[in-house]
Design a protein around this ligand. Sequence first.
Ligand SMILES: *Cc1c(COP(=O)(O)O)cnc(C)c1O
Length: 464
Amino acid sequence: LAMDRTMIPLGSCTMKLNATAEMIPVTWPEFGNLHPFVPAEQAQGYQELIAGLEAMLVEATGYDAVSLQPNSGAQGEYAGLLAIRAYHASRGEGHRNICLIPESAHGTNPASANMCGMKVVVTKCDANGNVDVNDIRAQAEKHSANLAAIMMTYPSTHGVFEEDVVEICEIIHAHGGQVYTDGANMNALVGLAKPGKWGSDVSHLNLHKTFCIPHGGGGPGVGPCAVKAHLAPFLPKAFGEHGVRTAGTGNGAMVSAASFGSASILPISWMYIAMMGRDGLRKATQVAMLNANYIAKRLAPHFPTLYTGRNGLVAHECILDLRPLEKLSGISAEDVAKRLIDFGFHAPTLSFPVAGTLMVEPTESESKHELDRFIDAMIQIRAEIQDVIDGKLDRADNPLKHAPHTAVQVSASAWAHAYPRELAAFPLPVLKQVKYWPPVARVDNVHGDKNVMCACIPVDAYKD
Ligand SMILES: *Cc1c(COP(=O)(O)O)cnc(C)c1O
């Protein structure tokens, strides 16, 4: 079930549609068949591509240099924190090892800080999900002598723009620390605001989120590390003596086995930026936010959005709070995620960053028709939950608890459930025209995780 049939509204993942034109250059042998270690003079086209993309990303972020070496967002974080550590050491302040991380952060942030030998100090969030500036100030003061950095995400993983971001940068700098802005949510910023201009020192980007590299199923990705000039010398170095060198090449440790990481997929982002242009990128950002707010507003009477900014708006994603309904009905966020499959939807992000919620990020890729299709499905699901609350549907044997329903189940001679087959398979009339049939029914997630099995052919089969 892929993006040609449904939006994949995974919050925090920025699952965009990709133009075929963006993908075509990847198939050209000039890009696809070049060894990463060929002598520089044999890779002049790549140099132009890489330097051009670096310049585009510098322009988009307001930083001064970008390394394309990291293969993922998390690796970009690692490269960025290594640069911060090396910068402190170069100034005789190598003892700085405290990294402040708000509790709303993505799990990769504390993991990266740990891998860089930093000590993580978690700071609080307030009732609206915003980082607590007072706690940041208190922790920065307390750890002033050893403060290395803060890692904060903007807009946050709660889907809101935090208004104190400039003040937070000032506080951290006043105590000798560096500001790491997790740039995974750049889809709410490109063309509108630049982290390098509001006081941040370093960010990673996710080219496989904001800049269109397809990333279903886990890869490959590119997590460029973008820095202000004072950190540029500490960006990862290039491989060997003869490797390609660009503005984004420093003298820091390599974080990947090749100078420019997953270089063969860089044409995708290059094409995306070149074809969109400055105005197109801004429009994409605006539409991404409009789409998220459209979903949040239309669903508000049915599923409240957990966190919003001062004007009741979200950024590029919204967290739908299902916990109050679960108390009344016993229907969990997971049941809703599974039921969405019966409507032909890939589930939103489940129970992250807040347990018992669904986080929806439509991106600018989706048409109003597709947004309405999703909203209609969610409204129908809300009605089913109401039927459970009202006793019209059984609390244990209802279409939500048993979702998704396969064609084999629905067409079998026997049907033992307390609800009609038609409700199982066709909860909305439109599904009789366009229907996605899931290949498997509900699985036991925990059992599956604990009982790993190998689906490969046994070695015996290769005999003879
Ligand atoms: C996706 C994401 C990351 C990690 O990026 P990967 O490419 O998955 O390693 C880090 N922070 C945030 C906020 C993200 O959404």
